[in-house]
Write a protein that binds this ligand. Sequence first.
Ligand code: ZN
Length: 131
Amino acid sequence: MLMDLGTATASWLGHLLGKAGQWLGAPPPDRYERITEYRSNPILARMRLSGIVFGNVVLYSVDDPAVRVPRYDRQGCIGLREHEWAHVAQYQGWGALFWVKYLAAEVARPFSVSRVNRYEMQADDSCRKWV
Ligand SMILES: [Zn+2]
């Protein structure tokens, strides 16, 4: 399937951040079909983020993306990679515009029942749950 222009633009941003991380000592990326993963990214570590997605590119501050992290609602744990790959799916058809949807959900967050961004909740819900 042809990648839409928005996803390509978002991915390009991810690759840029990933390459910058490599210049700062991070290992080369790993590829899983259409997804590219950059591990041990020092820029993300500085921003106190465990993972972030730009189109088909996933960046991690951690070395092992299989690590388990708490769900946003603190109801158990999920695999970080599974969570981030769910965001890759959320980008499809929206590309860079996904950020607009995500930020709108972030604005609505304090007024929602769960107080969690709906795209984060959706990503968590799509993961296997570990207690
Ligand atoms: Zn997330």
